[in-house]
Design a binder for this molecule. Structure first.
Ligand SMILES: Cc1cc2nc3c(=O)[nH]c(=O)nc-3n(C[C@H](O)[C@H](O)[C@H](O)COP(=O)(O)OP(=O)(O)OC[C@H]3O[C@@H](n4cnc5c(N)ncnc54)[C@H](O)[C@@H]3O)c2cc1C
Length: 555
């Protein structure tokens, strides 16, 4: 790009990263969608990929994050408002994602009584999510939660029949009014309290039956939530202590008589990233809510929702990682240092290829997991979903921030400056590891499967053994995993070790079977063998780095 100032000419700066089709430029994504059962959606995804990677989309991202939401607690006369105002760019992102059905398309079959799930629906939705989060990450929070709320809502059929038609609508409605008067709704979640987020059994919010109580009945909730994101959702699934123990409720913003429910927002969090999304601190002042399932079944009833959000955390982190990588490759192709393009410098080419291997891994794991959500009736898929959700979320979400940092460094000083997307990605990525079950919590969930669900473990391990075949590095990794599994006394200390080893084994089997040899070989020689490494760009001196980089983002 050339420009002339009075003192100098501007050149050797990479052009903006924009007008990139986030589907057709992403070979690993296209392969994963095809392989895992979403091929029928490819054409549609290509159209959505163009929208998500357009210059307008990246400008929306900038605007929505530079103009974070504002809490309006009171109006000018002192009456309570408890509303949050978002920049129009945020609403535009919501409109696009809702129109695409990212908040509901996995459940489209519920519109027709008795209809079976649509094959590949979760896969296609995940591919859309992977791209929409690159368009703008914060707005994906209510989109994800709405999709994830459905299986929990289904546990209370009367509530489900009331809310599902509005959830399944593709018409985003930003207005603050009763759900019955809106074209579409979104649903959030309130579990975390000050004294404990992971340990939700410590919740102190009280639920008192308005009359007789019981499944589907009305209760009054008094207490607080320390984190409740997307407060302009139309309803929330919340946990509270009912007489029979911790229970799950649906709490709408408006009451059936049209009055505003007793949710009083105190503050919005001032967050490291995820700035376009509002995350509130809220008090429930005798707020009305309806019980889902039995009293005392709060955790098992909301866990379905949490499992779905964990898939989105992994898919979303994989998407953001890919954007960080593509942006870095784009810059290095357009920047010359010492008469040679950065992308052609041996050290940089190793760094970029190394980053690409982690993106391949994250994409492979996330979409294999998405497939398991589509095949719930297949015992192998069900076992994969149960055991590998924690493993996938653990590994993908943990690796994301480190990758975003290295990708930022590829842009030099430009990467560190807020105007570009690299810095925003760096601040965004940690949240996916922290919420919906932080790293240790994922490792502990894996441990729970090992201790309580021997059959699940056996199915997954058998599948991995078959997939590893005779490939020596995969066999060695399989032995390593089995070695940890067979030391039950040490398991509680080695759960993270095991989660990482399983993630790499699973990814290795997928890449070995489906990725180009340049990718699979480099993955195995760096992730499953070779010397110890703590930073990117090592161990790839013999790898076909250019082929790996060109696949990651074609020039
Ligand atoms: C931006 C943002 C938005 C959020 N939005 C929502 C929302 O909409 N709704 C909602 O309900 N929550 C929300 N949360 C809260 C989030 O889910 C919690 O912060 C998270 O579950 C962790 O809970 P905590 O903060 O209480 O930390 P703690 O539970 O105290 O955990 C602290 C650390 O200890 C680790 N740990 C916990 N137990 C163990 C153990 N047994 N052994 C070893 N380590 C352990 C955890 O992994 C974590 O690293 C949000 C959080 C953020 C950052």
């Amino acid at each position: 790009m050339h420009d002339t100032f009075a003192t100098h000419e501007v050149f050797n700066q990479s052009p903006p990263f924009e007008n990139v089709n986030l589907f057709t430029s992403d070979r690993a994504l296209m392969d994963a969608v095809d392989r895992e059962g979403g091929g029928q959606a490819a054409k549609h995804l290509a159209a959505f990929g163009r929208i998500c990677g357009s210059a307008e989309a990246f400008e929306r991202q900038r605007l929505a994050n530079d103009n974070p939401p504002k809490l309006r607690t009171f109006d000018t006369k002192g009456f309570r408002r408890d509303t949050v105002e978002f920049h129009p760019a945020y609403h535009e992102c919501m409109e696009l994602s809702v129109h695409e059905g990212l908040h509901c398309s996995a459940w489209d079959h519920l519109a027709k009584p008795g209809a079976k799930p649509i094959p590949g629906a979760n896969l296609a939705r995940s591919a859309g999510t992977y791209m929409a989060i690159q368009m703008e990450a914060g707005h994906q929070c209510p989109i994800t939660m709405t999709n994830a709320a459905v299986p929990t809502l289904l546990l209370e059929p009367a509530l489900a029949s009331q809310w599902l038609p509005k959830i399944l609508s593709r018409r985003y409605d930003k207005s603050f009014k009763p759900a019955a008067d809106k074209t579409g709704v979104t649903v959030g979640m309130g579990m975390t309290e000050k004294q404990g987020g992971t340990d939700v059994r410590a919740n102190s919010t009280r639920a008192v039956p308005a009359a007789n109580g019981g499944p589907g009945a009305e209760y009054l909730l008094t207490g607080h939530k320390w984190f409740m994101s997307a407060p302009m959702c139309d309803a929330f699934l919340v946990l509270a202590q009912a007489p029979g123990g911790l229970s799950c409720f649906l709490m709408p913003r408006f009451l059936p008589d049209g009055n505003v429910n007793g949710l009083r927002f105190q503050r919005l969090k001032d967050k490291l990233g995820n700035r376009s999304n509002a995350s509130s601190e809220v008090e429930f002042q005798a707020a009305h809510a309806w019980l889902i399932g039995e009293e005392g079944r709060g955790v098992p009833n909301i866990i379905e929702m949490v499992t779905c959000t964990r898939l989105d955390c992994a898919v979303g982190s994989a998407g953001l990682m890919r954007l960080a990588l593509a942006n870095a490759i784009h810059h290095c192709r357009n920047r010359t240092v010492f008469q040679r393009r950065l992308v052609d410098q041996p050290l940089m080419s190793q760094v970029l290829a190394d980053l690409a291997l982690d993106v391949e891994t994250a994409t492979a794991l996330s979409f294999r997991l998405a497939r398991s959500f589509d095949r719930a009736s297949d015992p192998n898929a069900a076992a994969w979903r149960r055991m590998m959700t924690a493993v996938t979320k653990f590994w993908v979400c943990k690796i994301g921030p480190a990758l975003a940092y290295e990708a930022m460094e590829c842009l030099g000083g430009n990467g560190y400056v807020e105007e570009g997307i690299a810095a925003r990605l760096y601040r965004e990525l940690p949240v996916n590891a922290i919420w919906e079950g932080s790293g240790n919590v994922m490792a502990l969930d894996l441990l729970r499967v090992l201790q309580r669900e021997a059959e699940t473990v056996e199915i997954v391990m058998d599948d991995l053994a078959v997939a590893a075949g005779d490939e020596p590095r995969l066999k060695a990794q399989l032995a390593r995993v089995r070695g940890i599994l067979h030391e039950p006394r040490l398991l509680d200390r080695r759960a993270r070790d095991l989660a990482e080893a399983l993630a790499l084994l699973a990814a290795g089997t997928i890449l070995q079977a489906h990725a180009p040899p340049a990718v699979a070989d480099a993955f195995m020689s760096t992730r499953l063998s070779g010397g110890p490494r703590q930073t990117y760009g090592q161990g790839l001196d013999r790898a076909q780095t250019q082929a790996i980089v060109d696949r990651a983002f074609p020039g």
